[in-house]
Design a protein around this ligand. Sequence first.
Ligand code: GLA
Length: 393
Amino acid sequence: MTEKILKCFREKFGDGGDIRCYFAPGRVNLIGEHTDYNGGHVFPCALSMGNYGVARKRDDRILRWYNMTYPEEGVREISLDELKPNDNGMWFDYQQGVIWAMQKEGIDIPGGYDMVMMADLPAGSGLSASASIEELAAVIVRDLYDLPISMIDCARFGQISENEYNGSNSGIMDQFASAMGRKDHAIFLDTSDLSYEYVPLNLKNEKIVITNSKVKHNLTENSYNSYNTRRKESEEALADLQRVIDINSLGELDEELFDKNSEYIKSDICRKRAKHAVYENQRTIRAVSALRNGDLKAFGKLMNEAHISMSRDYGASCEEVDILVEEAWKLPGVIGSRITGGGFGGCTVSIVENEHVNDFIERLGEIYRERTGRTAEFYIADAGDGAGRIDKD
Ligand code: GLA
């Protein structure tokens, strides 16, 4: 992969100088959906799929970028001093947003850089292609200019980029997973204080299979911004609850306390959204304990419950994804299956016994085609390391 990008870099920007290679992964979230902006827990892992970049410092303040995934767009050129928020959601907006966020937070970026990148991850499918692009930019500037910032800072700048530059009011899960991933581990992250633990994914007899429904979501869709609406609904529920109980986030509630006070949430819709946020957080905590105790069956059952909650209470699934999940549940060797990521389309994540993986892919693909006329794509997830500089291959 890097060889191809290096070749293109030399063609576009010339050879010589200190040319460096980078990679930033996408992520798959195993459980804990729409809990990250509600002060709850999430459990994602970084993937071995993501965005690759090759870059070299410049001695002026210009950024010159080319994305091999979108060759028709040509070389994009902009000065470090010209960056302005917008909600176009183009690949370069996510990177510009990170650089803008760093500068806004007082980080001095001394110069620009030339870069060629290439995606190895489908965009708009719930695998955090945008966070991967953001973290690619973060690690490139951090490394090229030896900036005194941590990888958690890189995740934070990525979230600021989403929220304040790109107009998506997302939480920090995706950027955190992309920046902080660890091979063969998932990250149990408490978003209320960013404390985290790496939990080994000791799956000897099972694989994590991602199924792409090919129904695209768009987190900053202007006409009807479902993601931001969900966030507002959660906030409204929290505000109602705060009139009667002393809490800072929905993540502070367990099921019992929520059920006792849920009547104070005025809108029925907001009550359902809050129920998901509270129950999903508790499910995530239980799921991680189950995994640690080697009880994969219990983990899978919680994944299934998480899907139902995401679909019925949070209203963040869609017909095609529900079909993928419900049909997966019926297939042999499936330990658990659910929607993953922001929702409204995108991917499902399933844990499938090794010996059934091939049949799972074949059968589910067929059924999905019969029922929706669409062709699903399947990937076997391989939990990988977080973003950083990589060797030239
Ligand atoms: C998107 C957001 C995340 C998170 C998930 C839902 O991926 O970027 O912050 O809220 O949706 O869990």
